[in-house]
Design a protein around this ligand. Sequence first.
Ligand code: MN3
Length: 247
Amino acid sequence: MTLNRRQFLMLLGAATGAASLGLAESAESLELPFRSAQTPSEVFKLPPLPYAYDALEPFIDAETMQFHHDKHHAAYVKNLNAAVNKYPELKVMTAEGLLRQIQTLPADVRTAVTNNGGGHVNHSMFWEIMSPTGGGRPTDSLAAAIRQSFGSFEAFQTAFNEAGTQRFGSGWAWLVMQPNGDLQVTSTGNQDSPLMSGLFPIMGNDVWEHAYYLKYRNKRDEYLNNWWNVVNWPEVERRYQQAMTEP
Ligand code: MN3
């Protein structure tokens, strides 16, 4: 069984004494770091979309959301399961753990884990950092960190949008935390995860055409501008706090 962090913490709250076992410290954003053996094809699961397909209208259309989640993300999960089924020792690792240790994985599954593990982790984050009640600005410590790193929220938005428009072909625009704690705007190609470079992905926007083409056609810049209306800042803040506490 795979739990997101919120579900896991709820369970922890219900299980007296669980924190004393050290479980709280080892919880990751998507899955427990270790899990019991399961049937081979079901180690990684497609997380449910946390809102209706049309919930992000008019900024992201329902058809895009349905295909993006039910077809594209589902395919990454299926292919990631197929890749790790060759190596039982990989099936006890989280998808995030696989990406962080990508260079140590067996060479014949490294590309499949990069593409499909990255696709799974990136999209699992993506659904959660958007919300029908999103938009506005970050608050709390993240707002201060953004001001300190980029000068202003507007300057950060400009840098993030530029990272998205300048990514040639398919990929992601990111706000990441470097190992020294500094924030950085960057982009990656394909489904490459910042985790593979030792960077923590605080937030990212999917600039593959499958994320916007039905509604925006070739206007990626318009999609990037409108996307800010659905950003779930409380979840992004939570990820920022997680970035500062994870090793
Ligand atoms: Mn996508």
